[in-house]
Design a protein around this ligand. Structure first.
Ligand SMILES: NC(=O)c1ccc[n+]([C@@H]2O[C@H](COP(=O)([O-])OP(=O)(O)OC[C@H]3O[C@@H](n4cnc5c(N)ncnc54)[C@H](O)[C@@H]3O)[C@@H](O)[C@H]2O)c1
Length: 292
């Protein structure tokens, strides 16, 4: 199945990045976002990000001599491939949908059941979930063979990999179509089984959690923990700064799922929970372990 148009549900950190890379790759994109303020913010951010990419030569838009006016014109063309709406029913004619709403199972189940009702029976419904069982999401639909995980990394325009996650029910055809779409979007696809947290979050979240526990216990301050992990482990960014980038609310949601499904070693650090309750979510709220 050739995909020329996709729908993205949710225009937060991930959804807007997914929409951007799809539009840059020449796909038409419908993006559904329920919050009007978030829709406007994301629309501006995507337009700006595309223009910066064109100006920096990272996005090739053809023609022009690289002036600011050329970059703006090229960004206009790419941005015009994205239609913004608050109406999920507008996804009715779409053959491939990528859901990127917050990491709450009940919300995702509701979105999947609504998509199942409006999309053509052959459409593939993908989720960008970080940890929720794809098999449970598939069971909310009448097409469990056509539900798959498509786990992008943050920030989507810069990060190469995508975990293509098989639910117990996902068909080989669905995996192959999803892999081809990821490659069409300029990404490198890795197919994994739908065990909790897949590969990256199962390995990464205990690291972030342990760094938060070390901070909580006063072993060292955030700058020291991050500095040591950067230089001592050759990581490009320390775990606490990375947690701020991912979103502390997202980290806690993933840890709750891993804790429930895989046991106590994933129990979220109380400091992380307190910070989320205090609205310190990282970059997106202006403060997390660091101020932005
Ligand atoms: N943030 C990350 O680094 C990261 C990385 C990989 C995967 N993920 C996963 O991607 C998903 C989205 O995460 P995010 O960080 O973009 O979250 P986010 O909170 O930044 O964005 C989610 C958006 O969905 C919107 N939304 C809520 N209900 C909706 C509905 N019914 N229809 C349409 N829009 C709706 C919200 O208003 C919000 O703008 C989660 O499952 C998360 O686990 C996140």
């Amino acid at each position: 199945m050739e995909i020329k148009r996709i729908a993205v549900i949710g225009a937060g950190t991930m959804g807007r990045g997914i929409a951007e890379v799809a539009a840059v790759a020449g796909l038409d994109v419908l993006i559904v976002e329920v919050s009007e303020s978030q829709r406007k913010l994301s629309q501006t951010q995507v337009r700006k990000s595309i223009e910066q990419g064109v100006r920096a030569g990272k996005i090739f838009a053809g023609g022009g001599s690289g002036t600011t006016a050329d970059a703006a014109a090229a960004a206009d063309v790419i941005s015009s491939r994205i239609i913004w709406t608050d109406d999920i029913d507008a996804a009715a004619m779409t053959k491939f949908v990528i859901e990127a709403v917050p990491e709450e199972e009940s919300l995702k189940l509701d979105v999947f059941s609504r998509l199942d009702g409006v999309c053509p029976p052959t459409a593939i419904l993908a989720s960008n979930t970080s940890s929720i069982s794809l098999t449970r999401l598939a069971s909310a639909t009448g097409r469990p063979d056509r539900v798959v995980g498509m786990h992008f990394f943050n920030p989507v325009p810069m990060m190469a990999p995508v975990e293509i996650v098989r639910a117990a029910t996902t068909s080989e055809d669905t995996v192959e179509t999803t892999r081809r779409l990821a490659e069409q979007m300029g990404k490198q696809a890795f197919v994994v089984q739908g065990r909790p947290g897949f590969v990256v979050n199962r390995v990464l979240m205990p690291l972030i959690n342990e760094a938060a526990i070390a901070l909580h216990e006063g072993v060292a301050d955030a700058v020291t923990i991050d500095g040591l992990m950067k230089l001592g482990c050759n990581h490009p960014m320390g775990p606490l700064r990375l947690a701020d980038l991912v979103g502390l609310d997202v980290c806690v949601s993933i840890l709750h799922v891993l804790h429930r499904e895989l046991g106590d070693k994933f129990c979220p650090c109380p400091l992380l929970i307190d910070m989320v309750q205090a609205g310190k979510l990282g970059r997106k709220s202006g403060e997390g372990f660091y101020k932005y």
